[in-house]
Design a protein around this ligand. Sequence first.
Ligand code: PMP
Length: 284
Amino acid sequence: QIAYLNGEFIPIEKAQISPQDRGFLFGDGVYEVIPVYGKKLFTFQDHLERLKNSLKATSILNPLEDDAWERLLQKLVDMHPWKNQYIYLQVTRGVQMQRDHLPADCLSPTLYAYTNELKPVSEAIINQGIKAVTLDDIRWLRCDIKAITLLPNIMMKMAAKNQGADDAILIDRDGLVAEGTSNNVFIVKNDALFTPKNGSRILPGITRSVIQSLAEQHSLPLSETDITLSDLENADEIWLTSSTKDALPVTELNGHLIGQGKPGPVWQKIQQYFEETKQQFIQQ
Ligand code: PMP
Protein backbone atom coordinates (compact mmCIF):
# COMPACT_ATOMS: atom_id res chain seq x y z
CA GLN A 1 0.00 0.00 0.00
CA ILE A 2 1.36 3.34 -1.07
CA ALA A 3 0.65 6.57 0.75
CA TYR A 4 1.22 10.17 -0.26
CA LEU A 5 2.94 12.43 2.24
CA ASN A 6 4.04 16.00 1.48
CA GLY A 7 4.96 15.49 -2.14
CA GLU A 8 6.11 11.89 -2.05
CA PHE A 9 4.54 8.51 -2.73
CA ILE A 10 5.97 6.03 -0.23
CA PRO A 11 5.07 2.64 1.28
CA ILE A 12 2.50 3.38 3.98
CA GLU A 13 4.62 1.83 6.74
CA LYS A 14 7.49 4.19 5.88
CA ALA A 15 5.36 7.33 6.17
CA GLN A 16 6.42 9.48 9.12
CA ILE A 17 5.48 12.87 10.48
CA SER A 18 6.91 15.02 13.23
CA PRO A 19 5.34 14.71 16.70
CA GLN A 20 5.35 18.52 16.62
CA ASP A 21 2.77 18.42 13.83
CA ARG A 22 -0.20 20.49 15.00
CA GLY A 23 -2.47 17.69 13.85
CA PHE A 24 -0.84 15.39 16.40
CA LEU A 25 -0.59 17.97 19.19
CA PHE A 26 -3.92 19.76 18.80
CA GLY A 27 -6.03 17.88 16.28
CA ASP A 28 -5.50 21.01 14.19
CA GLY A 29 -6.51 19.69 10.79
CA VAL A 30 -9.29 18.68 8.43
CA TYR A 31 -9.97 15.62 6.32
CA GLU A 32 -12.05 13.99 3.61
CA VAL A 33 -13.04 10.46 2.65
CA ILE A 34 -13.72 9.98 -1.06
CA PRO A 35 -15.27 6.83 -2.55
CA VAL A 36 -13.82 5.37 -5.74
CA TYR A 37 -15.81 3.08 -8.05
CA GLY A 38 -14.24 1.34 -11.02
CA LYS A 39 -11.04 3.29 -10.19
CA LYS A 40 -12.84 6.61 -10.71
CA LEU A 41 -13.35 9.25 -8.03
CA PHE A 42 -17.07 9.47 -7.27
CA THR A 43 -18.57 12.92 -6.47
CA PHE A 44 -15.03 14.30 -6.48
CA GLN A 45 -16.02 17.95 -7.06
CA ASP A 46 -18.36 17.88 -4.05
CA HIS A 47 -15.65 16.46 -1.80
CA LEU A 48 -13.15 19.02 -3.08
CA GLU A 49 -15.59 21.88 -2.41
CA ARG A 50 -16.25 20.60 1.12
CA LEU A 51 -12.50 20.25 1.74
CA LYS A 52 -11.94 23.83 0.58
CA ASN A 53 -14.74 25.01 2.89
CA SER A 54 -13.16 23.18 5.84
CA LEU A 55 -9.74 24.69 5.04
CA LYS A 56 -11.18 28.17 4.66
CA ALA A 57 -13.19 27.96 7.89
CA THR A 58 -10.06 26.93 9.83
CA SER A 59 -7.65 29.24 7.95
CA ILE A 60 -5.44 26.30 7.02
CA LEU A 61 -3.65 26.86 3.73
CA ASN A 62 -4.88 24.81 0.81
CA PRO A 63 -1.68 23.10 -0.36
CA LEU A 64 -2.87 22.35 -3.92
CA GLU A 65 -4.80 23.72 -6.89
CA ASP A 66 -8.00 21.88 -7.83
CA ASP A 67 -6.54 19.99 -10.78
CA ALA A 68 -3.43 19.06 -8.79
CA TRP A 69 -5.68 17.53 -6.12
CA GLU A 70 -7.43 15.47 -8.75
CA ARG A 71 -4.19 14.32 -10.43
CA LEU A 72 -2.63 13.37 -7.11
CA LEU A 73 -5.62 11.37 -5.88
CA GLN A 74 -6.15 9.62 -9.23
CA LYS A 75 -2.48 8.66 -9.26
CA LEU A 76 -2.79 7.22 -5.76
CA VAL A 77 -5.83 5.21 -6.85
CA ASP A 78 -4.08 3.93 -9.98
CA MET A 79 -1.18 2.62 -7.88
CA HIS A 80 -3.54 0.10 -6.25
CA PRO A 81 -5.26 -2.98 -7.64
CA TRP A 82 -8.77 -2.53 -6.22
CA LYS A 83 -11.61 -1.32 -8.44
CA ASN A 84 -13.50 0.16 -5.50
CA GLN A 85 -11.53 2.14 -2.97
CA TYR A 86 -11.91 4.87 -0.40
CA ILE A 87 -9.34 7.62 -0.20
CA TYR A 88 -8.59 9.15 3.18
CA LEU A 89 -6.86 12.51 3.02
CA GLN A 90 -5.98 14.98 5.70
CA VAL A 91 -4.44 18.41 5.81
CA THR A 92 -3.05 19.69 9.09
CA ARG A 93 -1.82 23.19 9.77
CA GLY A 94 1.77 21.95 9.83
CA VAL A 95 4.74 21.41 12.11
CA GLN A 96 5.51 24.00 14.80
CA MET A 97 8.42 23.54 17.20
CA GLN A 98 7.04 25.89 19.85
CA ARG A 99 3.79 24.57 21.27
CA ASP A 100 1.29 27.40 21.14
CA HIS A 101 -2.45 27.39 20.57
CA LEU A 102 -1.93 30.38 18.33
CA PRO A 103 -0.46 29.12 15.08
CA ALA A 104 2.82 30.62 13.89
CA ASP A 105 2.70 32.51 10.59
CA CYS A 106 4.00 30.82 7.48
CA LEU A 107 3.49 27.19 8.50
CA SER A 108 3.35 24.78 5.61
CA PRO A 109 0.45 22.36 5.84
CA THR A 110 1.04 18.62 6.13
CA LEU A 111 -0.77 16.68 3.42
CA TYR A 112 -1.30 12.98 3.93
CA ALA A 113 -3.41 10.62 1.83
CA TYR A 114 -3.83 6.90 1.45
CA THR A 115 -6.31 4.57 -0.15
CA ASN A 116 -7.80 1.23 0.78
CA GLU A 117 -10.16 -1.32 -0.68
CA LEU A 118 -13.82 -0.36 -0.38
CA LYS A 119 -15.69 -3.53 0.46
CA PRO A 120 -19.44 -3.90 0.06
CA VAL A 121 -21.59 -3.70 3.18
CA SER A 122 -22.12 -7.18 4.66
CA GLU A 123 -25.10 -9.37 3.72
CA ALA A 124 -26.13 -9.47 7.37
CA ILE A 125 -26.58 -5.70 7.44
CA ILE A 126 -28.37 -5.65 4.08
CA ASN A 127 -30.78 -8.29 5.36
CA GLN A 128 -31.24 -7.21 8.96
CA GLY A 129 -30.16 -3.60 9.25
CA ILE A 130 -28.36 -2.15 12.26
CA LYS A 131 -29.19 -1.18 15.82
CA ALA A 132 -28.90 2.40 16.99
CA VAL A 133 -29.39 4.28 20.23
CA THR A 134 -29.97 7.99 20.67
CA LEU A 135 -27.38 9.98 22.62
CA ASP A 136 -26.94 13.65 23.51
CA ASP A 137 -24.67 15.27 20.96
CA ILE A 138 -21.62 16.31 22.98
CA ARG A 139 -19.77 17.92 20.04
CA TRP A 140 -19.02 21.57 19.30
CA LEU A 141 -21.08 24.04 17.27
CA ARG A 142 -19.11 23.83 14.00
CA CYS A 143 -19.98 20.30 12.93
CA ASP A 144 -20.09 21.55 9.33
CA ILE A 145 -16.27 21.56 9.39
CA LYS A 146 -14.80 18.12 8.69
CA ALA A 147 -12.23 18.40 11.48
CA ILE A 148 -9.87 15.54 12.40
CA THR A 149 -10.69 16.25 16.06
CA LEU A 150 -13.05 13.29 16.51
CA LEU A 151 -12.82 12.55 20.24
CA PRO A 152 -16.53 13.19 20.94
CA ASN A 153 -17.54 11.06 17.95
CA ILE A 154 -15.32 8.25 19.23
CA MET A 155 -16.71 8.51 22.77
CA MET A 156 -20.29 8.43 21.51
CA LYS A 157 -19.59 5.48 19.22
CA MET A 158 -18.05 3.58 22.16
CA ALA A 159 -21.06 4.47 24.34
CA ALA A 160 -23.37 3.07 21.62
CA LYS A 161 -21.34 -0.17 21.51
CA ASN A 162 -21.48 -0.43 25.29
CA GLN A 163 -25.26 -0.31 25.02
CA GLY A 164 -25.20 -3.16 22.51
CA ALA A 165 -25.87 -0.93 19.49
CA ASP A 166 -23.93 -0.42 16.26
CA ASP A 167 -24.11 3.37 16.20
CA ALA A 168 -25.64 6.40 17.86
CA ILE A 169 -28.05 8.99 16.49
CA LEU A 170 -27.22 12.33 18.07
CA ILE A 171 -29.77 14.66 19.61
CA ASP A 172 -28.69 18.30 19.68
CA ARG A 173 -29.13 20.89 22.46
CA ASP A 174 -32.60 21.76 21.19
CA GLY A 175 -33.78 18.16 21.32
CA LEU A 176 -33.60 17.73 17.54
CA VAL A 177 -32.04 14.92 15.57
CA ALA A 178 -28.65 16.02 14.20
CA GLU A 179 -26.82 13.11 12.55
CA GLY A 180 -24.99 9.85 13.38
CA THR A 181 -21.46 9.70 14.78
CA SER A 182 -20.11 9.43 11.20
CA ASN A 183 -23.17 9.65 8.97
CA ASN A 184 -26.29 11.67 8.18
CA VAL A 185 -29.82 10.66 9.14
CA PHE A 186 -32.89 10.20 6.96
CA ILE A 187 -36.30 9.04 8.10
CA VAL A 188 -39.22 7.74 6.04
CA LYS A 189 -42.80 8.39 7.15
CA ASN A 190 -45.76 7.47 4.92
CA ASP A 191 -43.43 7.08 1.92
CA ALA A 192 -41.99 10.60 2.32
CA LEU A 193 -38.35 11.26 3.17
CA PHE A 194 -37.10 13.71 5.80
CA THR A 195 -33.60 14.81 6.76
CA PRO A 196 -32.33 17.57 9.06
CA LYS A 197 -31.37 20.88 7.45
CA ASN A 198 -27.73 21.63 6.74
CA GLY A 199 -26.14 24.15 9.08
CA SER A 200 -23.47 24.26 11.74
CA ARG A 201 -24.87 21.28 13.68
CA ILE A 202 -24.22 18.65 11.01
CA LEU A 203 -21.74 17.79 8.32
CA PRO A 204 -23.14 18.48 4.85
CA GLY A 205 -22.82 14.87 3.74
CA ILE A 206 -22.10 14.14 0.09
CA THR A 207 -24.09 10.88 0.26
CA ARG A 208 -26.92 12.93 1.73
CA SER A 209 -26.92 15.13 -1.37
CA VAL A 210 -26.64 12.12 -3.72
CA ILE A 211 -29.75 10.71 -2.05
CA GLN A 212 -31.49 14.07 -2.34
CA SER A 213 -30.93 14.08 -6.09
CA LEU A 214 -31.95 10.41 -6.44
CA ALA A 215 -35.16 11.19 -4.58
CA GLU A 216 -35.82 14.11 -6.89
CA GLN A 217 -35.11 12.11 -10.07
CA HIS A 218 -37.46 9.35 -8.96
CA SER A 219 -40.15 11.67 -7.59
CA LEU A 220 -39.84 10.55 -3.98
CA PRO A 221 -41.05 13.41 -1.76
CA LEU A 222 -38.21 14.70 0.43
CA SER A 223 -37.98 17.62 2.81
CA GLU A 224 -35.25 19.12 4.93
CA THR A 225 -36.83 19.78 8.27
CA ASP A 226 -36.50 19.60 12.05
CA ILE A 227 -36.83 16.00 13.26
CA THR A 228 -37.74 15.38 16.90
CA LEU A 229 -36.94 12.31 18.96
CA SER A 230 -40.57 11.26 18.70
CA ASP A 231 -40.52 11.65 14.86
CA LEU A 232 -37.48 9.39 14.90
CA GLU A 233 -39.07 6.80 17.18
CA ASN A 234 -42.24 6.74 15.10
CA ALA A 235 -40.55 6.61 11.70
CA ASP A 236 -41.36 3.80 9.26
CA GLU A 237 -37.68 3.67 8.28
CA ILE A 238 -34.44 5.25 9.48
CA TRP A 239 -31.26 5.36 7.38
CA LEU A 240 -27.71 6.42 8.17
CA THR A 241 -25.81 7.64 5.11
CA SER A 242 -22.08 7.97 4.38
CA SER A 243 -19.60 7.68 1.55
CA THR A 244 -18.28 4.24 2.41
CA LYS A 245 -21.64 2.64 3.32
CA ASP A 246 -24.27 4.43 1.19
CA ALA A 247 -27.53 4.20 3.19
CA LEU A 248 -27.62 1.79 6.12
CA PRO A 249 -31.07 0.83 7.35
CA VAL A 250 -31.60 1.14 11.12
CA THR A 251 -34.10 -1.50 12.19
CA GLU A 252 -33.86 -1.12 15.95
CA LEU A 253 -33.78 2.14 17.90
CA ASN A 254 -33.30 2.27 21.68
CA GLY A 255 -34.33 -1.39 21.88
CA HIS A 256 -37.56 -0.95 19.87
CA LEU A 257 -38.17 -2.16 16.32
CA ILE A 258 -38.44 0.44 13.57
CA GLY A 259 -41.20 -0.35 11.07
CA GLN A 260 -41.35 -4.10 10.64
CA GLY A 261 -37.86 -4.49 12.12
CA LYS A 262 -36.44 -5.14 8.66
CA PRO A 263 -34.89 -2.88 5.99
CA GLY A 264 -37.89 -1.10 4.50
CA PRO A 265 -39.27 -0.80 0.94
CA VAL A 266 -38.16 2.81 0.39
CA TRP A 267 -34.64 1.86 1.45
CA GLN A 268 -34.70 -1.05 -1.03
CA LYS A 269 -35.63 1.42 -3.78
CA ILE A 270 -32.99 4.01 -2.92
CA GLN A 271 -30.38 1.29 -2.65
CA GLN A 272 -31.27 0.09 -6.14
CA TYR A 273 -31.15 3.65 -7.56
CA PHE A 274 -27.79 4.14 -5.87
CA GLU A 275 -26.39 0.96 -7.45
CA GLU A 276 -27.65 2.05 -10.88
CA THR A 277 -26.01 5.45 -10.45
CA LYS A 278 -22.69 3.83 -9.56
CA GLN A 279 -22.85 1.47 -12.55
CA GLN A 280 -23.61 4.38 -14.89
CA PHE A 281 -20.76 6.36 -13.38
CA ILE A 282 -18.32 3.48 -13.89
CA GLN A 283 -19.36 3.09 -17.53
CA GLN A 284 -19.29 6.82 -18.43
N1 PMP B 1 -21.65 13.22 9.37
C1 PMP B 1 -20.48 12.95 9.95
C2 PMP B 1 -20.24 13.41 11.35
C3 PMP B 1 -19.50 12.20 9.25
O1 PMP B 1 -18.32 11.94 9.84
C4 PMP B 1 -19.78 11.74 7.94
C5 PMP B 1 -18.80 10.90 7.18
N2 PMP B 1 -17.61 11.53 6.95
C6 PMP B 1 -21.02 12.05 7.38
C7 PMP B 1 -21.93 12.80 8.11
C8 PMP B 1 -21.39 11.59 6.00
O2 PMP B 1 -20.72 12.34 5.01
P1 PMP B 1 -20.42 11.75 3.57
O3 PMP B 1 -21.74 11.28 3.02
O4 PMP B 1 -19.88 12.90 2.82
O5 PMP B 1 -19.47 10.62 3.74
